[in-house]
Design a protein around this ligand. Structure first.
Ligand SMILES: Cc1cc2nc3c(=O)[nH]c(=O)nc-3n(C[C@H](O)[C@H](O)[C@H](O)COP(=O)(O)OP(=O)(O)OC[C@H]3O[C@@H](n4cnc5c(N)ncnc54)[C@H](O)[C@@H]3O)c2cc1C
Length: 446
């Protein structure tokens, strides 16, 4: 039996980060990371395999990330945790003992419970190189592709399918808008226009009731009875936490069907076992209530907290803020914190303000993009609750700045005095800088 001070199960976003964080904080501790894949994918890059990136092997997390941080990498599947003996057994018969165990077993695609889901040429966003290689081959021969789910994954798949390919792509979305769970309505409408302009057909307010065909998919049937031709279906309707190993070990499973943890990422059942990433329960930064923000950024933040707290209590999880970003064609969309809809659901009265400007100055600089920022402040205390953005590539980092302001509980008054750095080719002008202007406008509205 091999011994480790720290044993980590999971090798995608959360596992390696927990290991690196532990090595940085406790350099005398030995760390072994167990993961079941031979090669591990960058999960967020999966849609881009089908267009921009071109192949699963060009979308890998390098093993060097783990081994260069003096973490021993073991490829194998953990099948049992014995909490009394403090050991973990793998399916190949190897056993490891631990002082501290980190579960970073992630999530798997949700399987839609509809007839025909198991037909040939129906795919999900599975984090598996050979599965995605097969899917890429099938996509290259497909003519009519139906994507079930118009969230980030579905929209990104649709956009990538259209790149360098002559095919018909239809997104079927249950809600009134694509991306509705992450963005405010005006941004959804703008994103839908970009999707339509790129030749992607949108069927919103629609539900796929069955997948049709003999062995192989030939179409889908919507709940209204309409049938759509399809030789390939991609299902992107969410993920479920991988909690089986934890459950078998007697660890508490929370309301989101993930492993129950405290604010220090310790499991609520066993102080020597931590959990982080998609397999761990989340709470909202705003309400402290359980939430389902399964994002790589959240997974890595939790992993850093878990790694830091393994042998000493050093960091507390403030809860998930939730920062999403995506790009469709040349137009990027992002959101940090609460949307207008979510803020109302949480019972906030909000002040809304927005500001639009070019992302260079003067605007004549080649590649300049009109960038809109919408901010939401609490009417009660002026605190920033969220922001939505649409624009060019700077959109993702503007969302990150907004998230930082939210985490530091900045108000409209603080933001109005925000000292940013500007450059003609790199940012909006300091005169019309969207974050600051939107904050001043919110103060005016009080
Ligand atoms: C298509 C797609 C696009 C996405 N885009 C974004 C994005 O743009 N931005 C963003 O923030 N998030 C995005 N996400 C979400 C993000 O990928 C997840 O939040 C993130 O992968 C969670 O990381 P994780 O390490 O917790 O879990 P996972 O990535 O699920 O990894 C779990 C790891 O544990 C291993 N494992 C599980 N069980 C065992 C076992 N018993 N033994 C050994 N190993 C085991 C797995 O093999 C895997 O290596 C996207 C997700 C998908 C599917």
């Amino acid at each position: 039996m091999k011994k480790a001070n720290v044993l980590i199960i999971g090798g995608s976003a959360a596992g390696p980060v927990a290991g690196i964080s532990c090595r940085r904080r406790y350099s005398d501790k030995s760390v072994i990371l167990v993961r079941k894949e031979e090669q591990v994918l960058i999960p967020c890059g999966i849609p881009y395999i089908f267009g921009t990136v071109g192949s699963p092997t060009k979308n890998l997390i390098p093993d060097a990330l783990v081994v260069n941080n003096s973490i021993e990498l073991v490829k194998g599947e953990a099948v049992e945790v014995d909490r009394e003996k403090k050991t973990v057994s793998l399916s190949d018969g190897n056993t490891f003992s631990y002082e501290k165990l980190v579960l970073a077993t992630g999530s798997s695609p949700l399987v839609l419970p509809i007839p025909g889901i198991d037909k040939e040429n129906v795919f999900v966003a599975k984090k598996d190189v050979s599965y995605l290689n097969n899917m890429l081959g099938k996509l290259n021969d497909a003519k009519d592709i139906v994507i079930i789910g118009g969230g980030f994954i579905g929209v990104e798949f649709a956009d990538e399918c259209k790149k360098n390919r002559d095919c018909n792509v239809t997104i079927v979305e249950l809600l009134p808008h694509c991306l509705q769970l992450a963005l405010d309505e005006e941004f959804c409408i703008e994103a839908e226009k970009v999707l339509s302009d790129r030749g992607i057909k949108l069927l919103v307010n629609n539900k796929v009731e069955a997948i049709l065909g003999d062995n192989k998919v030939s179409g889908v049937r919507l709940s209204g009875g309409q049938e759509i031709k399809a030789d390939m279906v991609v299902v992107g309707v969410g993920v479920v936490p991988n909690h089986e190993l934890a459950k078998k070990a007697g660890l508490e499973i929370g309301p989101g069907k993930a492993i129950a943890v405290d604010r220090y990422m310790r499991t609520t059942t066993d102080p020597n076992i931590f959990a982080c990433g998609d397999c761990a329960e989340k709470v909202s930064f705003f309400s402290g209530k359980p939430c389902r923000l399964m994002l790589a950024s959240v997974a890595c933040a939790e992993a850093r907290i878990a790694g830091a707290n393994l042998f000493d209590t050093r960091c507390k999880n403030p809860g998930a803020v939730g920062v999403f970003s995506t790009i469709i064609g040349e137009r990027a969309f992002a959101c940090a914190g609460l949307t207008e809809r979510a803020s109302k659901q949480e019972g906030y009265e909000v002040i809304l303000s927005e500001s639009t400007a070019l992302d260079t100055h003067p605007g004549g600089i080649p590649g300049s993009v009109t960038t809109k920022v919408k901010l939401l402040f609490s009417k009660d205390n002026g605190e920033l609750l969220g922001g939505g953005i649409s624009g060019g590539k700077s959109t993702g980092e503007i969302a990150n700045v907004i998230s930082s302001c939210i985490q530091n509980r900045m108000t409209a008054y603080d933001l109005a005095l925000f000292q940013m750095g500007t450059h003609p080719a790199l940012t909006a002008s300091p005169i019309v800088y969207q974050l600051v202007n939107a904050a001043e406008l919110a103060i005016k509205a009080v």
